[in-house]
Design a protein around this ligand. Structure first.
Ligand SMILES: Cc1cc2nc3c(=O)[nH]c(=O)nc-3n(C[C@H](O)[C@H](O)[C@H](O)COP(=O)(O)O)c2cc1C
Length: 420
């Protein structure tokens, strides 16, 4: 069956359907690697559910023709107000998964962010897409190893560097351990056998995985003895925390736009801007790092209020519908990143699945905008959402409007229960 058929309507109508399709195709350990979060998965669950607390207030009886979703991020025009987030090890999901995802993003007119922990050479990924590519940096392997990758990213034409600052150590992803990740990556063949059934249950995935060379390495983390091996990643992350002090030497090396990803408080937002960030990403790493931390949408207004006038604010976490994206834009994000939404698509059907994820969210955006009574993103108005008590609005212009005609201040539209 052609891959696109696996993710077509009516079996796949939304991102949850794509998740189910990925679960059917992937071995459990691989599916859970994408799907899971840290510890009790409290933040993982809170990230998507917080959107339910923010309610729309539409304008009725307005004829809104289908219009452009274009926006500008770091001076680059994008056809859509979302980009594909850095997701490590996507080559486990589908052969050359990074190229498949980048190509699908480019075809839709948006950008792709390549993780340091990719299984494909960064030059090959850049060549696979017609869209913008950014490179996400972890300092795995140390400063020299990271410098070499940054230099390669510059030479290959990556447009921005994304420094992820929420990974002082890898979060405890309990599902991975229960599924035998340690044993599967270890040297004891008897221990591996106990968990090997997961792969035999997914023969179609297994054939593709083996034809792609089996367990990936990290070709953009080149250590003195060659690309970093998969089993080394946990330890390497532990030794590779990015600190504010690192920003200075990275700035020397990289003259293009720099994005700081993993900001959750106003103080850190201000610090990032003071250290020269051209954009920040409000993110809790999709609930994979510090469990019990705010859902990202909850942290967004505080950061927009603190630094939105000085830098571009992006956000990610829990986005499963186009309406979620509009809520983030209404709270002051310039654009958002999607992680699992496209990774599930990749796991379900390769590039066709990523394209389907993008198509679903794009159709949602068009439909929801028109139901709100808006002809374009620039018509979004802060009065179009109602926030729960304690959910502060940022008192500054909406990012999505700041290049267009600004009609009212965020916060000017008074939400009912905000007053209460
Ligand atoms: C399987 C997986 C791997 C990830 N790997 C990285 C990574 O290598 N670097 C990074 O900065 N963020 C990484 N993230 C976090 C994403 O960039 C993004 O912040 C998160 O997925 C957003 O939440 P969402 O999945 O609910 O959309 C990863 C997320 C997932 C699900």
């Amino acid at each position: 069956m052609p891959l696109a058929r696996l993710v077509s309507a009516p079996s796949v109508l939304n991102i949850s359907d794509l998740r189910r399709a990925a679960r059917r195709r992937l071995p459990r350990v691989v599916f859970d690697y994408v799907d899971g979060g840290a510890e009790a998965e409290t933040t993982l669950r809170a990230n998507p559910s917080i959107y339910d607390e923010v309610l729309f207030r539409p304008r009725a009886a307005v004829a809104a023709p289908r219009a452009s979703l274009e926006t500008t991020v770091l001076g680059t025009r994008l056809a859509l107000p979302f980009l594909l987030a850095p997701v490590g090890s996507t080559r486990l999901l589908f052969p050359k998964g990074e190229c498949e995802a980048a190509r699908a993003a480019g075809a839709a007119g948006t950008g792709y962010i390549l993780s340091t922990l990719a299984g494909t050479r960064l030059e090959e990924v850049k060549a696979a897409t017609t869209g913008p590519c950014w490179y996400q940096v972890y300092l795995v392997g140390g400063r020299e190893v990271a410098s070499a990758a940054i230099e390669r990213a510059r030479a290959a034409g990556y447009g921005a560097l994304v420094l992820t600052v929420d990974t002082a150590i890898s979060g405890l992803r309990e599902r991975d351990h229960r599924n035998g990740i340690t044993e599967l990556l270890g040297a004891n063949p008897f221990a591996k056998l106990r968990y090997g059934w997961q792969f035999l249950c997914r023969p179609r995935w297994l054939v593709r995985y083996l034809s792609d060379g089996g367990l990936m390495q990290f070709p953009n983390v080149v250590l003195p003895d060659g690309p970093m091996r998969y089993a080394a990643v946990g330890k390497a992350l532990e030794q590779s925390v990015v600190t504010w002090q690192d920003l200075a030497w990275i700035r020397e090396l990289w003259k293009g736009p720099m994005v700081i990803k993993g900001i959750l408080t106003a103080d850190d937002g201000r610090r990032a801007v003071d250290e020269g960030a051209d954009a920040v990403v409000v993110s809790n790493h999709g609930g994979r790092q510090l469990d019990g931390v705010f859902p990202s949408l909850r942290a967004l207004p505080e950061i927009v209020a603190a630094v939105g006038g000085r830098t571009e604010v992006l956000m990610d976490g829990g986005i499963r519908r186009g309406g979620d994206i509009l809520k983030a834009l209404l709270l002051g994000a310039r654009a958002v990143l999607i992680g699992r939404a496209y990774a599930w698509g990749l796991g379900a059907a390769g590039g066709a699945g990523v394209s389907r994820a993008i198509e679903i969210l794009t159709a949602d955006l068009h439909r929801t905008l028109r139901l709100l009574g808006c002809g374009s993103l620039s018509e979004l108005d802060p009065s179009m959402i109602e926030l729960p008590v304690g959910f502060e609005r940022a008192r500054r212009p909406l990012a999505a409007l700041s290049t267009g005609s600004m009609r009212s201040e965020v916060g000017a539209g008074v939400a009912l229960n905000e007053a209460g």
